[in-house]
Write a protein that binds this ligand. Structure first.
Ligand code: 3PG
Length: 218
């Protein structure tokens, strides 16, 4: 699932496009910093060497830093980027990619200026067109299920062929294949691989099993 775009930013990675790394990007909410490194190792063990840490908890930036330092075999990124200031914080913490739930011209410029690959969030055709106009063809589709799901993305594949998506939000192991079958979807994102109870109980084998199941969707 390689990018065919000639635009810049995330697409400059070519074969290393964010949409082409893994079929499922684990979206992880870390409440306890001690969980960061074990959960990253569990994902790698299951065959998913990518992790998106949401910037929604006080320890998120420290978790990114800890994972970047201790688990070099995983690509760690920052999600829930909503301000230009968070772009700098995430980069300084060691984030290797950025994901935002929505897009504004200011946020797009900040993410592009970071030099990191990124997925700007979109939920409508007009938003996708705006991101394409800014020069980026790879984007997050969020919140995927609430915004029309796989049927929506299927409907816009023909009229907006240049856009390629990582749908995220409400996706499960059961619904992921319907997205991954679409020509304009490179990967999906989701938190189902790392449920809060598995992290709270240190059930890393369960996380690895979910990761292996997700990796097999590729
Ligand atoms: C998010 O940013 O919360 C992601 O979209 C994950 O959504 P999910 O928890 O519904 O998988």
């Amino acid at each position: 699932m390689s990018s065919t775009s000639e635009s810049h930013g995330a697409d400059a990675l070519g074969a290393d496009s964010l949409l082409s790394l893994v079929p499922v990007v684990p979206v992880v909410v870390i409440e306890d910093l001690a969980h960061a490194v074990p959960v990253a190792r569990a994902l790698v063990a299951g065959g998913l060497p990518v992790i998106e840490l949401t910037l929604r908890t006080p320890v998120a930036l420290d978790a990114i830093h800890a994972i970047a330092a201790a688990v070099p075999e995983i690509r760690v990124g920052a999600g829930t980027i909503v301000t230009p200031g968070q772009v700098k914080q995430a980069r300084d913490a060691g984030a290797q990619f950025l994901v935002s739930p929505g897009s504004t011209p200011t946020l797009l410029a900040a993410m592009a200026d970071s030099g990191l690959p990124f997925l700007p969030g979109t939920a409508t055709v007009s938003e996708a067109l705006a991101v394409l106009e800014a020069g980026f063809s790879e984007m997050k589709f969020f919140p995927a299920e609430a915004s029309g799901g796989a049927a929506y993305l299927k409907s816009i594949a023909s009229p907006v062929p240049a856009a390629r998506f990582c749908p995220t939000g409400g996706i499960t192991a059961a619904s992921a294949p319907s997205y991954l079958a679409l020509p304009n979807v490179g990967c999906v994102g989701g938190s189902w691989l790392t449920p809060a109870d598995a992290l709270a109980t240190g059930d890393w084998d369960r996380v690895s099993a979910f990761a292996a199941e997700a990796a097999a969707l590729g």
